[in-house]
Each structure stands twice: as structure tokens, then as C-alpha cells.
Design a binder for this molecule. Structure first.
Ligand SMILES: [Zn+2]
Length: 159
């Protein structure tokens, strides 16, 4: 259970998703327990607001969530991540990136070097806490995807 919750925490903390479809796995824990855990773990947590893609090797920004911390910091779609907080991730994986983000969870501060149209740029990002609406959405998504429960509060229909 602890292991599963830490995965939830990581997903919640980062608010990123990857091309790997591991979130399709069905969850064996009671839905109410999951909801409680997601709410507890995400409340007060900070997020970045991007989706990233692994290039094998390397990482590129695939989507920047509107109004999120990354958008405010002017991180852009197509930016290739070169280093984060001094750790080179030129040949890094999404897992490496998550680890760096996780280690920055207390300060919430990231300085990222990106390669954008052949030019290196420094982007300073401050991670921000989730809003209640975002947490509600994460709960609804988890219940729909891992428990097959569609909530009347779900923002968007599941595909
Ligand atoms: Zn669950």
C-alpha cells in the first residue's frame, strides 16, 4: 500500500503524464481509500504543469498546461530539457526528471536549461500548490481510470 501511495503522490505532485500507459491498470484498493489518499497527498503539494515526452535519450516538453507554473515561467512546447537544478538530463529519462522534481519539492524552485530552436535558455520555475478544482479532477480521473467509476463531478468524459 505504501508503495502504491508513493506512486500516486508522485503523479499528483508532478501533474505530468507520460506516453507509457501504466495508468490503465485497475486499482485493487477501495475507491474511497484512494480518494482519501489522493486528497491528503495532493493537498498543499506543488506541481509544475507540463507533460513531457522521452526521446530516448533526452526529454522534451510535449504540452504546457494553461495557467500553470510552467506556462507562467515561459516553458514552451518543444523545449528540450538539458539540465534541471544543475543536474544534466541531456540523456536523462522521465524517471530521472521525476527524481529531480521530487528532490525540489521542499523549495519548489527549479532552474531549467532548455534548448529552444538551437539556443540554450534558462527558465526559472516556481512550483505551485494545487487548487481544489485540480485535486477534484485528479480524484475523478483516478476513479474513472482505475476503478471504472465515473463521477458526476468529472470535468470531462473519459474516452
Ligand atoms: Zn485506486
Amino acid at each position: 500500500m505504501i508503495v502504491r501511495l508513493s506512486h500516486l503522490l508522485l503523479a499528483a505532485l508532478l501533474f505530468i503524464s507520460t506516453a507509457h500507459a501504466e495508468e490503465r491498470k485497475m486499482c485493487t484498493a477501495p475507491a474511497s481509500e484512494c480518494e482519501k489518499a489522493i486528497r491528503e497527498l495532493s493537498s498543499g503539494r506543488r506541481y509544475l504543469g507540463v507533460k513531457i515526452k522521452e526521446l530516448e535519450p533526452g526529454i522534451i516538453v510535449e504540452t504546457v498546461i494553461d495557467e500553470g507554473p510552467a506556462a507562467r515561467a515561459d516553458l514552451r512546447v518543444g523545449d528540450r530539457l538539458m539540465s534541471v537544478n544543475g543536474h544534466s538530463i541531456v540523456k536523462g529519462s522521465i524517471k530521472d526528471f521525476k527524481q529531480i522534481l521530487y528532490s525540489a519539492k521542499d523549495t519548489g524552485v527549479l532552474w531549467i536549461i532548455v534548448l529552444r530552436q538551437g539556443i540554450l535558455k534558462k527558465v526559472d520555475v516556481r512550483l505551485e500548490p494545487y487548487t481544489k478544482a485540480q485535486i477534484d479532477k485528479m480524484v475523478a480521473q483516478h476513479l474513472a481510470q482505475a476503478h471504472g467509476i465515473s463521477s458526476i463531478n468529472a470535468a470531462a468524459p473519459q474516452q
